[in-house]
Design a protein around this ligand. Structure first.
Ligand code: BG6
Length: 394
């Protein structure tokens, strides 16, 4: 019958397993499909990803290879395309004429759990950016595809990844920030430093947080900065994309100043909340012309009462159906690695700033935004500055 093989092994075995499957005749399709799902990390840099692609193609053709990125299986990630292309009202303003900036946040409260061995060799940059964050970015920024066929969509996605302006090696400190969590706390609980985690080197320089500013060299996005941040042991678990619109050029209303108003913002909530929120100005009732900032929310749960999925179930089903739309093509993976290559190079040495576990990351991340007169989208007001006392040693 049909078969797919799911390689959730140590990455160093991906090529070897594919080889052995080939030698045993298990990748030959004789009227039945033979597919191989490859987990991430797909290589550890551009060169190794290319090598792995070449290795896999010795026993498999591209149509048999399914490079999984579980973010693409998330309903809310797929909804980015529906939001943009099944509605007429967003696309006309989805460009640099109206959009000021975009922020993509993937924040986790968890530490490295039992994966310290893997994580300490990977770090936040490799673990999250070339894969999950690049997927979110490409879906938000891509041009409408000609159809929903797998390669039409992936062609558009890869164009975006290739449009990302390379960060010059000497300018990395200006465009990107890394950090490692030190001891801290959340919800009254003491949280140990990263270096104290299981299977993590005591003198580890691995980053558990990254933030960066990217720019896209294309007609639609020229001049719109795209800010990314991701990290472990942050103040809240939240994945969201915030689209910040430009301010109105001039305000008609007496005694209001454009500077006092918060710009319109559309936030796509990926998780744990699933939905979207629109921020805009409304008149505060009363005799004076005061403008307040209000929010309109859409929550999936209110309409669809669907159980949340992790993404994997949908992706395995698609693999059985032979639909590769939500899987990464070789060129996408390679383009993702190219984006972070200068950062990997620059961060081979140097000091990694620390941040308190349970905070929003290192001060350098705030400074990165401040240089552009911007701030990270406020996610939690209460937890940001919580102080927690470590337990007394016994
Ligand atoms: C994985 C990373 O791919 O994604 C983990 O290796 C990370 O480090 C996880 O925690 C995040 O996934 P989710 O679905 O919880 O956002």
């Amino acid at each position: 019958g049909n078969a797919f093989f799911y390689l959730a092994t140590a990455p160093s075995f991906f090529g070897k397993v594919a080889d052995q499957l080939g030698e045993a005749g298990l990748t030959t399709e004789n009227g039945y499909f033979r597919r191989v799902i490859i987990e991430k990390p797909f290589g550890h840099d551009l060169a190794s990803a290319k090598l792995l692609n070449a290795e896999l193609r010795k026993s498999l053709n591209e149509k048999q290879i399914y490079r999984i990125d579980h973010y693409l299986g998330k309903e809310t990630v797929q909804n980015i395309m529906v939001l943009r292309f099944a509605n007429a009202m967003f696309e006309p303003i989805w460009n640099s004429n109206y959009i000021d900036s975009v922020q993509i946040t993937v924040a986790e409260t968890l530490g490295v759990e039992h994966r310290g061995g893997y994580y300490d060799t990977a770090g936040a940059l490799r673990d999250m950016v070339p894969n999950h964050m690049m997927q979110l970015l490409s879906l938000i920024a891509m041009e409408p595809p000609n159809s929903f066929a797998a390669d039409e969509i992936r062609d558009e996605q890869v164009k975006i990844l290739r449009a990302i302006q390379p960060i010059p090696a000497q300018d990395v400190p200006h465009f990107a920030v890394r950090g490692q969590y030190g001891a801290g706390g959340a919800k009254g609980q003491f949280l140990p430093e990263y270096k104290a985690e299981e299977q993590v080197a005591k003198d580890s320089h691995t980053e558990t947080f990254v933030a960066m500013k990217l720019a896209l060299d294309n007609w639609r996005w020229a001049g719109v900065p795209i800010y990314l941040r991701t990290g472990k042991r942050l103040a809240e678990r939240v994945t969201e994309i915030a689209i910040q619109f430009k301010k109105p050029p001039f305000l008609l209303f007496r005694k209001t100043r454009v500077d006092d108003l918060l710009p319109n913002q559309l936030v796509l909530n990926i998780q744990p909340n699933e939905g979207l929120a629109l921020r805009f100005g409304a008149k505060v009732p009363g005799t004076l012309m005061n403008i307040g900032t209000v929010r309109m929310n859409f929550e999936y749960e209110d309409y669809f009462h669907k159980q949340r999925s992790t993404g994997y179930e949908r992706l395995m089903f698609d693999c059985m159906l032979g639909d590769a739309t939500l899987f990464q093509r070789a060129d996408m993976v390679e383009a993702g690695w190219s984006v972070i290559a200068p950062l990997q190079e620059a961060w081979k040495s140097g000091k990694v700033p620390t941040y308190s576990a349970g905070s929003w990351g290192p001060a350098e991340a705030t400074a990165l935004m401040a240089r552009d007169n911007r701030e990270w989208n406020e996610i939690s007001e209460t937890k940001r500055y919580q102080t927690v006392v470590p337990p007394k040693s016994t």
